[in-house]
Design a protein around this ligand. Structure first.
Ligand code: B3K
Ligand code: ZN
Length: 876
């Protein structure tokens, strides 16, 4: 396949200042007429042919300035329309008529039907599946869209911008016209037509303009959209207050559809959402679902400024909108909920998804330099690491200069398609700082490692840190340059307070942050009488791995006393991770795993510390997951040993704390009506962590069954079902709960996704057959991305022992399933195929079986660009 390179970027010879679209909708044959006003970028340049992108299009009619074009004046294929010699004048119009079949569009890109609703997805390159166009983000056009449809089939006709006209066409047909005054790239175009219910509200902006808000959902589901509407209004208020950004159209609409390749899409004024991220009530959604809805509603809304008003020059700049918008939604959630808890959750996500990507064959810079299929670059690196890079800019500049830089960026580039260089320049100019070395975070792949040793000279009252940075090689980048790493830190004294110090390497230490710029730094602190415990990378100030030579007693001390809540959580997590790594080695050698009694004591202390939020305590008490432990071990992974070690640790802690955990579990029970707020969710999560521990002891299945039957919300119900289906597999209690859940929710597809996912994650060798069996369940469908992600996505990426079964049966199912899915939906198949990206860290036998599965896929004739790109890079 073709490789696209950043250095090949060239502005287009032609611009499209205005785009008029007319859709005559019909499931099997929709007629699209695009009337494009085309202008030469340089009026004195002539003669360049005009090449428009297409993808599987059928051309029905073509006119230039109102006249049909001669056959030899153009060439049309499904993938391209070339006008050989466009007219000499600076501006001309091209009318293009194409025909598409929404009902046959199973790839869910372009115009398709979901549950009888016409909808679109154009990012990144879906618009070319609707009409021929300059389908690239630097072509900004003002759109006017006319939609015609049968009123009965589609009483609702929506597009971007503001509604301008609507009326009857006779014969049961009607039309609506929408006009979006803001020039936008084609990837932000959207259309929705169908029969949907609405939740309507309004918002008055800071300058007093009234905006109509609508959330469109399946009829009868309006009561499930209230939380999303509330999150939307809070997002609008927050963006005004924190970034000074006001909404700019008369309407803002959100439509929930059930067949969607990703989470949601920020189309101008008409966001389209996966219904999973809109619909919620306590009976059907978990606290995690509520938090996701809030974050994604905010994320898409924030794109209106970071993405839409200022868009990307080309797809290499994807992080310009995504990393920045993730940073904005993280900050929003931190403000709406608990900042420390949110930060811990972010770091857990980053480590679970971005670190393995950065440390494996699919590693790429936050701003990639090449791609074969852009859809494969909507990654944790672009999104999550991209957000961390923005966070570091704020750490380096301080909050005030950061805001000035953002203001300058908006002021300079509003209405433009910008680059990462433009973005960084705004901060450099606003703060008067050089971000030259810092920019490597965008250009260089790989997770930097920072190694720290320390020494204390009591006589001189000096404490010295020796710090060294290195960046491991990544595909096609063997030699790395030194990074600017802002490392927030504290020196914690025996009373738990940060010690005051004077730093000798004054240039590198600033406001509690060591700025690493060289390979090695020696930082000497004077006035330090006692040997402190070092708290490093506080708040996770840099997305790095740390190797610190530190005594267990220091870590235990920090876990109890560190003044930075993130580092406090980190210390406990490190203690548990180290213990689990040691234990899994013992298990592999057929020895019993030893655990220090200090760990269970620490759990006692954390649970009993009423100065800590419930949610924090829940996070601290949750041992690292199997994949986290595997990542820390890094190579020669045996998932079964890791699983056994983790179970042993849970049981060990639960045994020591049996009475305490039982009492706390009772105390934390529901009282009063359900609320999805952060504190209530924290209480539930702590209680469910305690359930997890207690279920490892005698009577665990009965306890979980009681929890399941007593549950008055989905969070508790799903937590209990997980314990039963995982730890008490095959018991009557587990079977009964699975059946009950299935019966209760069989007609609610989103809830059935939880039922599929819980079973797909069940540890042990039986999961392969279980997953195969579930794929034939009446509630399952190979055509729906949510079903595929719940069952197969969970199994491939979230079931260490089941998927990585020693005989390779999981990998065989992987190859078979991905090839099957690819026939309909290459994008989803490619995403699921990343489930084997860490295959080289497995022990040799599993490694070879995994490789064979990947080779089987790679050698299948006629693979899509999406899938072949992933498997070839994974095998390279
Ligand atoms: N911008 C979209 C993602 C589009 C993915 C295209 N394959 C959603 C978001 O990040 O907000
Ligand atoms: Zn986004």
């Amino acid at each position: 396949g073709q490789v696209f390179r950043l250095e090949d970027y060239r502005p287009s010879d032609y611009l499209i200042p205005r785009t008029e679209l007319r859709f005559v909708l019909s499931p099997d044959s929709t007629i699209v007429t695009a009337t494009l006003t085309i202008r030469r970028r340089d009026p004195s340049e002539r003669g360049a042919p005009l090449t428009l992108d297409g993808d599987g299009l059928v051309l029905r009619r073509l006119e230039l300035d109102g006249m049909p074009l001669a056959q030899d004046a153009y060439a049309a294929t499904p993938d391209q329309l070339v006008i050989h010699a466009p007219p000499a004048q600076a501006e001309f119009t091209l009318a293009i008529e194409t025909e598409v079949a929404p009902s046959q569009n199973t790839a869910l890109m372009g115009l398709y039907r979901s549950n009888g609703v016409y909808c679109t997805q154009c990012e990144a390159e879906g618009f070319r599946r609707i009409t021929y166009f300059l389908d690239r983000p630097d072509i900004l056009s003002v759109y006017t869209v006319r939609i015609e449809a049968l009123r009965q089939e589609a009483p609702l006709l929506l597009s971007n911008g503001n509604p301008t006209e609507n009326g009857d066409l006779g014969g049961g047909r009607h039309f609506a016209v929408w006009h979006d005054p803001f020039p936008k790239p084609s990837y932000l175009f959207a259309l929705v037509a169908g029969d949907l219910g609405v939740v309507a509200d309004h918002f008055t902006t800071m300058s007093g303009r009234k905006v109509s808000l609508g959330i469109y959902v399946e009829h009868g589901k309006q009561h499930l959209a209230g939380y999303a509407m509330d999150a939307l209004k809070r997002s609008m208020t927050w963006d005004e207050r924190v970034f000074g950004r006001e909404y700019d159209l008369d309407v803002f609409n959100i439509v929930a559809v059930s067949d969607f390749n990703m989470g949601a899409m920020e189309n101008k004024g008409l966001n389209i959402f996966n219904d999973k991220y809109v619909l919620a009530d306590e009976n059907t959604a978990t606290d995690a679902d509520f938090a996701n809805i809030e974050a994604i509603i905010a994320h898409e809304y924030f794109h209106n400024w970071t993405g839409n008003r200022i868009t990307c020059r080309d797809w290499f700049q994807l992080c310009l909108k995504e990393g920045l918008t993730v940073f904005r939604d993280h900050e929003f959630s931190a403000d709406q909920r608990s900042r420390p808890v949110k930060r811990i959750a972010e770091v857990r996500t980053l480590r679970a998804h971005q670190f393995p990507e950065d440390q494996g064959p699919l590693a790429h810079p936050v701003r990639p330099r090449r791609y074969r299929e852009i859809n494969n670059f909507y990654t944790a690196t672009v999104y999550e690491k991209g957000s961390e890079v923005v966070r570091m800019i704020r750490t380096i500049l301080g909050a005030e200069d950061f805001r000035k830089g953002m203001d300058l960026y908006f002021e300079r580039h509003d209405g433009e398609a910008a680059t990462i260089e433009d973005f960084l320049k705004a901060f450099e100019d606003a703060a008067g700082k050089d971000l030259g070395q810092f920019a490597l975070w965008y250009h260089q792949a790989g997770t930097p490692n920072v190694t720290v040793t320390s020494s204390h000279d009591a006589a001189a009252a000096q404490f010295t840190l020796q710090i060294e940075q290195s960046v491991p090689p990544t595909p096609s980048e063997s030699r790395k340059r030194l990074m600017h790493i802002p490392l927030a830190f504290g020196l914690v004294g025996s009373d738990g307070r940060d010690l005051a110090y004077a730093a000798a390497d004054g240039a590198a230490v600033e406001d509690g942050v060591i700025h690493l710029r060289k390979r090695r730094h020696t930082v000497t602190f004077s006035g330090i009488d006692e040997r402190p415990a070092i708290s490093l990378n506080r708040g996770f100030s840099a997305p790095i791995t740390l190797s610190v030579e530190q005594r267990l007693e220091d870590q235990l001390f920090l876990a109890r006393h560190d003044g930075d809540p993130f580092s406090r959580w980190q210390a406990f997590n490190t203690v548990m991770t180290d213990a689990l790594i040691a234990a899994s080695r013992h298990i592999r050698d057929d020895r019993a795993p030893p655990f220090s009694p200090a760990i269970a004591e620490l759990a006692t202390a954390v649970l009993g510390d009423d100065g800590l939020e419930w949610a924090f305590r829940a996070l601290a008490l949750t041992p690292p997951g199997e994949a986290d432990i595997a990542r820390e071990i890094g190579s020669n992974i045996d998932p079964d040993a890791i699983f056994a070690a983790r179970e042993a640790l849970l049981r060990g802690i639960a045994q020591v704390n049996a009475d305490l955990f039982a009492a706390a579990y009772e105390r934390l029970a529901d009282s009063g009506p359900f609320s999805p707020d952060a504190a209530s969710a924290g209480r539930r999560s702590l209680r469910n962590v305690l359930l997890d521990y207690r279920s490892t002891l005698a009577g665990g299945a009965d306890l979980a069954a009681r929890h399941f039957h007593a549950a008055s919300n989905m969070t508790d119900r799903a937590a209990a079902l997980t314990v039963l289906a995982h730890r008490h597999q095959g018991t009557p209690q587990a079977l009964e709960a699975l059946t009950r859940f299935e019966k209760t929710f069989s007609s609610d597809a989103l809830v059935m996704d939880k039922w599929f996912a819980i079973q797909a994650a069940a540890p042990g060798p039986a999961a392969v057959e279980a997953v195969r069996g579930l794929s034939a369940h009446p509630a399952f469908s190979f055509g729906n991305p949510n079903r595929l992600r719940s069952l197969f996505g969970t199994f491939f990426s979230g079931n260490q022992t089941g998927f990585h079964r020693a005989d390779g049966a999981g990998y065989a199912l992987f190859a078979e399933t991905i090839l099957e899915i690819e026939k309909r939906n290459p994008q989803v198949a490619a995403r699921l195929a990343t489930g084997l990206r860490s295959w080289r860290s497995l022990e040799p036998k599993r490694q070879e079986l995994a490789r064979q599965a990947l080779v089987l896929i790679a050698s299948t004739p006629g693979l899509s660009a999406d899938l072949s790109d992933i498997v070839e890079r994974t095998l390279a």
